[in-house]
Design a protein around this ligand. Structure first.
Ligand code: SAM
Length: 248
């Protein structure tokens, strides 16, 4: 049986597990890369990869049994532009992202992340300031970050953190506060489930702009402000001043 949730902060999941280079992952490592964080059983990427052969797709998932099932399906389908890796997105991804050729990362998706509702568990949520800084560093201007969820209490602080970084801009024509539709051609498993119940989905598509990446400590302060909107802290005031990140 696959566990519903694992604690990403436990010692086992904090162990570094370096990611292989692109040349070991994909038939054509030079293709633009789509990174899907928290891909679960992988059915979304298994359907998307044959539809989008012009991209490589990498699914990261912290629950190993799901990755084993997804990889078995991928191999059976003979998909050379898709891989699934058992990884904690908050561990080891940073170095690997820095190793990517400039501009290779085309799209990052974080879709229906685990909510971890209790305040003391918010640190277990996947989009932590360090991960956002690593993604903003790896995404070249014009490249995209797409987030969606059915839980306002989860997506709102994510969006506030991303906006406070100053590194991302929404396409001007997109509806506010949420996009009217999904820019991706296929729904995820969780998305299907939510839509089948007639429930709303909250989505934002961000584009990387040219602003430098702020220091992680500043993003952490912004995350705290976003997490405590009732404390009188104005989320806009949480916007961090752009401090260039150190050159890798
Ligand atoms: C609610 S599911 C959504 C799955 C899929 N994105 C969808 O929309 O159907 C969130 C997934 O993120 C995974 N996850 C949570 N924290 C993670 C982390 N730190 N690194 C990688 N995956 C993580 C969970 O194990 C779970 O499979």
């Amino acid at each position: 049986m696959v566990r519903q949730h694992v604690n990403p902060l436990s010692l086992f999941y904090r162990q570094p597990r370096p990611l292989p280079p692109l040349v070991e992952l994909f038939d054509d490592p030079a293709l633009p890369l789509h990174l899907d964080i928290g891909c679960a059983r992988g059915r979304f990427l298994l359907a998307l990869a044959p539809q989008e052969p012009q991209r490589n797709h990498l699914g990261l998932e912290i629950r190993r049994p799901l990755v084993e099932l997804a990889e078995a399906d991928r191999i059976a389908a003979g998909l050379g532009n898709l891989r699934f890796l058992f990884r904690n997105a908050n561990v080891s991804l940073d170095d690997w992202l820095r190793s990517l050729p400039e501009g290779r990362l085309a799209l990052v998706t974080v879709q229906f992340p685990d909510p971890w509702f209790k305040k003391k568990h918010h640190k277990r949520r996947v989009l932590q300031p360090g991960l956002l800084a690593a993604l903003a560093t790896a995404l070249a201007p014009g490249r995209e970050l797409f987030v969606q969820s059915d839980v306002p209490a989860v997506i709102e602080p994510m969006v506030a953190l991303i906006e406070a970084s100053g590194c991302f801009t929404r396409p001007p024509a997109d509806a506010r506060p949420w996009r009217a539709d999904n820019p991706l051609p296929l729904p995820t498993e969780r998305e299907r489930h939510v839509l089948a119940q007639g429930l709303p989905v909250y989505r934002v598509l961000f584009r990387r702009n040219t602003a430098p990446v702020p220091a992680v400590a500043d993003l952490e302060a912004a995350a705290r402000a976003a997490d405590n909107p009732g404390d009188g802290a104005d989320p806009a005031a949480a916007a961090v001043s752009p401090t260039p990140s150190p050159t890798p």
